[in-house]
Design a protein around this ligand. Structure first.
Ligand SMILES: [Zn+2]
Length: 379
């Protein structure tokens, strides 16, 4: 096959049909039973495609599946899809599937059921043309939308064995690939003061809110948006009554950064906080949640190769970055990772969530060509 783009364009209506099927299997992360129904459906499909499937049962979230094609003679390309969505069961009634000339609307269509459709179509096409040239692993996780707590260890272990990781999250604007994602950290800073009557003996109290106010301004000063560092105080809880000097205060700071070097700087600065209000005591909890997907030389090289594969099909793809996190943040420390291989669309996690229909065959063609032609970087 020398024209995957044409091949998949002709399959557009089947691809949309499959997308409709997957969207109708509503699969919110916190509804294990619903997610497992979709998992079972996909299991049957993968079996029919000749995959060797490993099941990772999970108690709280849906079961995780790893499907493998090919032998162990080369390092695999690992494809990551999550089958959970943010939409509760029943959303399909209030936010029904709607197909217009250019768009496919529906809960979870963009994030990321279309990515699953594309992945299955690509592997099927390669099989049909006997063009599976290396091992392909597909991991279907079930908890990406709640930070991948139950899949993280599997994701990290598989990434260590992979030559390349492809994440089927939605594309950026103009079908750009995502080559950088910020990392994420969170801190809770608890301040202990001393209660006192605000009228009778204010001087004998230690005001925890005033202490937190100093911390908030200090934290706010750590922002360095041009460097990609954001430090946002997002929550605060304090005070017991309008006439009591507040004995306790607790704030939460959300931190995003583009490199581990930046994270280490901020982490040190946060742990350097000392109380300004005499007698106040502070304790700091939290830290790194996800490392950044750093746009390092490995990722840059992978992007260049993907771009040149796209160019051979007459497609021009760019790259973009985002402050949002994905499972690509977890794999990037271990293997070159390209994210945003899914189709273009808009309204992720929003009522107007939709996929651009023309992007579906284009992304299927790109994924197929990458899987077929990928050359590992020589060490
Ligand atoms: Zn997603």
């Amino acid at each position: 096959m020398d024209n995957w783009l044409e091949y998949f364009k002709q399959q557009t209506s089947q691809l949309l049909q499959q997308l409709e099927t997957l969207v109708r299997y509503e699969s919110p992360t916190n509804d294990k039973a619903a997610v497992d129904v979709l998992g079972a459906y996909l299991h049957t499909q993968l079996e029919a495609m000749g995959a060797k499937i490993t099941l990772y049962p999970r108690d709280v979230v849906g079961d995780i599946r790893l499907a493998k094609w090919g032998d162990d003679t080369a390092a695999p390309i690992l494809i990551l899809c999550h089958i959970d969505t943010v939409w509760p069961v029943g959303t399909i009634n209030t936010m029904p599937i709607k197909i217009t000339e250019h768009q496919f609307f529906g809960p979870g269509a963009l994030d990321m059921k279309a990515g699953i459709v594309i992945t299955l179509a690509a592997i099927q096409a390669l099989q049909e043309y006997n063009a599976l040239s290396r091992p392909i692993w597909l991991l279907l996780t079930t908890d990406e939308e709640v930070s991948s707590h139950y899949s993280r260890a599997i994701i990290e272990e598989l990434a260590q064995k992979a030559a390349l990781v492809l994440v089927m999250e939605p594309a950026g604007e103009y079908e750009a690939l995502k080559t950088m994602r910020k990392g994420h950290a969170r801190y809770t800073i608890r301040t202990e003061g001393l209660a006192a009557h605000a009228g009778i003996a204010p001087e004998s109290g230690i005001n925890a809110i005033v202490e937190s106010a100093h911390q908030i301004l200090y934290l706010n000063n750590l922002n360095d948006l041009p460097k990609g560092i954001s430090v946002s105080v997002t929550q605060i809880q304090a005070g017991v009554a309008s006439n009591v000097i507040p004995p306790l205060s607790e704030l939460v700071a959300d931190v995003r950064f583009a490199s581990m070097e930046h994270f280490n700087e901020i982490d040190r600065a946060i742990h350097d906080i000392i109380p300004t209000v005499l007698g106040a005591k502070i304790s700091i909890e939290g830290g790194l949640l996800r490392p950044p997907m750093e746009r390092d030389q490995r990722i840059l090289n992978a992007f260049k190769q993907a771009k040149s594969i796209a160019e051979q099909m007459g497609m021009n793809i760019g790259e973009t970055f985002t402050g949002g996190i994905s499972d690509g943040n977890l794999t990037a420390p271990f293997a070159p990772t390209l994210d945003g291989l899914g189709p273009e669309g808009a309204g992720q996690h929003a009522a107007h969530e939709h996929v651009l229909i023309r992007s579906i065959p284009r992304r299927a063609a790109l994924l197929t060509a990458i899987l077929q032609n990928w050359q590992d970087a020589t060490p």
